[in-house]
Design a protein around this ligand. Sequence first.
Ligand code: FES
Ligand code: ZN
Length: 306
Amino acid sequence: MKCSRCKEPAFVKIKRHNASFCESCFELFFSRQVEGAIKRYQMFGKEEKILLGASGGKDSMALWHYLQHAGYTVQAIHFDLGIGEHSSISRQIVEEFAQAHCFSLLVISVKDLLGGTIPELAKKARHRSTCSFCGLVKRYLLNRFAFEKGFTVYATGHNLDDEAATLLGNVLHWQTGYLTHQSPSLPSPHPKMLRKVKPFYTLTEEEIRIYVKLKNLPFVEDRCPLSHRAKSLDYKEVLQLLEEKSPGTKHAFLFGFLEKAKPLFPAENIVLQECQICGMPTTQTTCSFCKIMQKVRAKEENSCTS
Ligand code: FES
Ligand code: ZN
């Protein structure tokens, strides 16, 4: 097998592009995909300070590594959620990686900040699911931190498989509100909220895995033990089946939506006001985070007095 570009021996075949690459041409392919995405959606420039969510998973580690080496200014942020071994291993991987490469990393420990781990707080708040509680807390803390420190853009490692699976789920249930917001770049709806971008949205999970291997990057393989088999994994499997029969299906599905169908789902006009307790944006008078923290504190007071 020869590299489609330089004719040297290839080490990988990318079926959907009908191309084989040697190591250096794969790197070129990879960087062209990412730079193309950044440019197409004007995600950020080299002068901008990018906040990057570093969970320790392969996608975020690859994005972190790529952006730093491509000359972007990155501040990585990691949430230590206190979910047993999974959290301690993730934190260790991210911290060691930052130290080894002299990358800038901020770790936010939910327990230090809020007085309890995610499972402990979710229990006190009697929230319906620990996962959705966790998502709410992370989104809130991230926006507040970014606002206080003056960040405007947040990058995540979502890839083509993630985006196509989300799209399939939204289409199957005709979640029109979610279809409006499905984009590689989400504008900020409020001065206190971040712009969110996904520079890897044109790369498949497999391509990112190749990059991670090539660069010998450490990452956490296991998913969070609290995320029961998510529906999105079923959607990924279905799409992968179609992809194997006709390479390029995932790409055509996602890009077809972004180019042709997305304009059919215009953004609704959501009015955001500032939370009466914390001042962060919300559609109600008190934001969801302050509401759940009120429940947590009430539970703590009750157990102290009883
Ligand atoms: Fe938040 Fe699993 S990562 S509950
Ligand atoms: Zn609030």
